[in-house]
Ligand binder design. Structure first.
Ligand code: NAD
Length: 376
């Protein structure tokens, strides 16, 4: 019997994305996989049931009961895991250290789980990298949010009523999201400056037509990521940053350090030094925020500065974010599906490193250490 691949309706609050769009379902069907989609699973992402012509449409209970592999966006609830057959496979985002009860349920049901956020960021796996695809969506949208909340135009405008100077947008953190925010703000005509502690980003920032701010603080860590700054480096960074931020119309912050809370780069005093009507869009809100005044999920005004802390931004661009995520899943699962059978190659580091739970145990060392205190 061909493997049964299930696409549920996402249950997490506010989640509009769906794991597979109709065109990706067709690709799986062509591989001999039997795809089944929960009724109205794609509604919020604007993929109506009728568009999933290559899939079987099922009610919730039936879909869970008949699953061999389930692909999803947000982590499942404990109850949803309990509805899956024992030993089924789950693929999606888990953020396991935040949800130990979900991991306990995965162990108990002996679910084979793969976490999209654990896929190693090697060249070969770029097409499976959902952290990158979704960060690109968030960066694009962050620039639009900044433009929308601002009381100023982004582009220079020459009109009969006078010439308006372009806005100055500063982007802190030039990773995947930051670079997309820079590109979008540039397309809207803003003058853009950017800063990152990784010196490799200078060239990338400049190639997008933005100016790189050299604050004299560099902090390259392992695997091409940033490391946490020392107290002295933080102080020097903030002193140098304050002067630039005081001139910004919109500040977009995206700084993150893997496995750590978001670094706090913009204290309240720095916000108080900003221009009247300036806007901060804090993309790091999910991890606590880069700005001291950020309240995750809220928009607050401090004096006349707007501090916006959006959560789950990719969900706001649900159709394209879902299409990109679906391609990541397709590229991850294709090598594991042979003649309609699921046969992951455990010697493949992409499979081995992205595995979260298997045979009733936590396979991923750091998660095991965080939850069970055992890294061995
Ligand atoms: P991220 O979301 O972890 O962090 C965002 C950015 O914040 C990073 O550029 C980081 O350097 C920066 N940052 C951290 N602390 C900072 C501070 N105190 N001040 C200023 N900036 C700070 O990063 P990301 O976007 O996921 O990507 C990080 C790295 O991974 C990049 O080198 C990227 O090129 C690489 N990457 C590789 C692949 C691949 O090869 N498959 C795919 C995606 C990303």
């Amino acid at each position: 019997m061909p493997v049964r691949l299930s696409v549920p309706r996402e249950s997490a609050s506010g989640e509009r994305r769906v794991a597979l769009d109709p065109s990706t379902v067709s690709r799986f069907s062509q591989m001999g996989v039997s795809v089944q989609v929960e009724k109205s699973a794609g509604d919020a992402a604007r993929f109506p049931d009728g568009a999933y012509g290559d899939a079987q449409l099922l009610d919730t209970a039936e879909l869970y009961r008949q699953t061999d592999i389930m692909v999803r966006v947000a982590p499942p609830t404990v109850e949803e895991i309990g509805s899956l057959p024992e030993g089924a496979t789950l693929v999606g985002f888990f953020h396991a250290h935040r949800t130990p009860e979900v991991v306990a349920a995965l162990k108990e049901r002996r679910i084979l789980s793969f976490a999209m956020e654990l896929i190693p960021r090697i060249s070969r796996a770029q097409s499976m990298d959902a952290l990158s695809s979704q960060a690109a969506v968030a960066g694009y949208k962050a620039a639009l949010m900044g433009a929308d909340l601002s009381c100023r135009f982004f582009p220079m405008l020459t009109t009969a009523a006078g010439t308006i100077r372009p806005s100055k947008v500063i982007v802190i953190g030039a990773g995947v999201a930051g670079l997309q925010a820079i590109a979008t703000a540039r397309r809207l005509g803003a003058m853009v400056e950017a800063y990152d502690v990784r010196s490799a980003t200078k060239e990338q920032v400049e190639s997008l037509g933005a100016k790189f701010l050299d604050l004299g603080v560099k902090a390259e860590g392992e695997g091409g990521y940033a490391r946490e700054l020392t107290e002295d480096e933080k102080r020097r960074q903030q002193e140098a940053l304050a002067g630039f931020i005081a001139k910004a119309d919109v500040l977009i912050t995206t700084a993150a350090i893997p496995g750590r809370p978001a670094p706090q780069l913009v204290p309240a005093a720095m916000v108080e030094g900003m221009k009247a009507g300036a806007v901060i869009v804090d993309l790091a809100a999910e991890g606590g925020g880069n700005c001291e005044l950020t309240r995750p999920g809220e928009t607050v005004e401090h004096g006349s500065v707007i501090v916006h802390g959006p959560l789950n931004i990719p969900s706001q661009v649900a159709l394209h974010a879902s299409e990109m995520y679906a391609k990541n899943l397709l590229n991850f699962l294709t090598p594991t599906l042979k003649d309609g059978e699921f046969a992951p190659d455990w010697d493949d580091e992409v499979i081995a490193k992205s595995c979260l739970t298997r045979d009733g145990g936590i396979v991923h060392g750091p998660t095991r250490e965080a939850i069970e205190g055992d890294a061995s």
